[in-house]
Design a protein around this ligand. Sequence first.
Ligand SMILES: Cc1cc2nc3c(=O)[nH]c(=O)nc-3n(C[C@H](O)[C@H](O)[C@H](O)COP(=O)(O)OP(=O)(O)OC[C@H]3O[C@@H](n4cnc5c(N)ncnc54)[C@H](O)[C@@H]3O)c2cc1C
Length: 482
Amino acid sequence: MKTEIVKEILDQYGEQATDSPFERSFYSRDLAPVPELLVGPLFKTLPDIVVRPANTEEVSDILKTAWKYTIPVTPRAGGSTVYFNTVPLHKGILMDLNLLKGVVAVDEAAMTVTVKPATTWIELERYLSGKGLAPKSFPSSTPVATIGGWFSMLGYGIGSLKYGSLLSQVRSIEVVTPEGKARRLTRDTQPSLEWFAAAEGTLGIVTELEVEIRHQTQLKHYLLQCSDPLEMRDKMQAVIKGAEVPFNLHFTDQECLQGMKTLGIAPGGLDHGYLLAVDYEGSDQELEQAEKIIQTITEKNQSVRLLPVETAELEWEEKFKAMRLKRGGPSLLGAEIWLPIKNLPQYLADVRKMSQSYNFKLFSYGHVVTPDYATVMTTFNADEMHTIRYIINLSLVKKLHDIGYRYGGSPYGVGLWNAPMIGRIHQPSELKRLKKIKRDLDGKGTMNPGKVYRAPFILNPLNYALAMDMLAGIRKVFGRGW
Ligand SMILES: Cc1cc2nc3c(=O)[nH]c(=O)nc-3n(C[C@H](O)[C@H](O)[C@H](O)COP(=O)(O)OP(=O)(O)OC[C@H]3O[C@@H](n4cnc5c(N)ncnc54)[C@H](O)[C@@H]3O)c2cc1C
């Protein structure tokens, strides 16, 4: 990026912009530690400038400059993604959106709230709670994740089973297109707001969202201890088919439970079994109905144990501590997979086999987010300070995705690191459609380049598969004690 353009932006935005190498360096990584040895030779992750627009006009102005000079723009909000979604690959402008914050309006008649995109879910939840209202769903990264960030990702989490994806709850958005035009979009406009959901910042900047909300209600929590994955899956399906849909349904496998036990954080101090947490929200009548569903499931099955209500409530309170196993650290690696629930037992059985053949511990947990699919996270401890071992361990992430793929699963989220597996995420016709949208809206390719649609050459699917399989082979032979 030319020095004059950097200077022009610095002069215009004053304290809202920085070219300090120290400050910029924070934006060349995300939550997942990736060794510089791997990244440095391939990508230019240090942005030339970081700028924080405070309103739609400023977003538009910055994008117009980027468009004019064909400068890459990487949007970043809460920065809670882990696939380099918010990390620049070709320097340029890092647009930090965190000044675009706050509730614009609540419409209680329409039951919607209009928010600025960098409002975090916890901020929205607190704001609405004062009015007896609540979001219909939220991610388990609620304390840091933003509304615009979750919309730009896939938008499934707590509440999705009952209320659908975030996309299904968004009525309208304001976006600034790559060439700098502000537009208000609905499902009926061209482009449609749907194009921007899960676009990961590759089509423009979302500057406002109108989202459906609900009335705050009471919650009731249950925790079932099942003896094996098959039983857990069957109970999961029985709960889903019940007359009352749970607000949240998540599971923890036995290895995960034992890992937590070692760290002294297992629910109820348990060390065996497969846990199914079922959380309902609703009126007294709906909660009574829910109670009956759980009674029927547990009374019929002597082998399923209903844990004390205090343990179930505690598990709900821990809902934002999805990474609690990191305490066994120092780092945590893993794969998050969009998986058909019906295949969960087979997936877990193969994960167990993998754990035995590579001689390391694998922990799985996940959320049921539609009647048929769960987002399943399988993690393991790694040590980023041992660079070579850590890089070799990265190959095991691909092996986990291979298991997921075998059972109809695909990576959840793309960014850079899952781009080599894009062919597993979308059918060819769907990918073609998405690439056309990208070309139509961002002909110059300035928005978040190098992500989502295809992997950069060095990470093309063939290279990636060969390299990862080779490293996994090395790990199997030489890394058994790591
Ligand atoms: C502990 C933990 C739990 C998590 N739980 C969940 C979960 O339950 N469900 C889930 O889906 N994910 C989850 N995630 C992943 C992540 O937190 C979410 O996807 C989150 O919503 C991202 O929001 P963010 O504000 O951090 O976005 P960022 O990480 O800042 O950005 C995400 C992507 O969106 C783009 N972007 C951000 N804001 C905008 C905007 N306004 N306009 C255009 N593009 C934009 C960025 O360029 C990037 O590509 C979890 C992560 C962690 C660490």
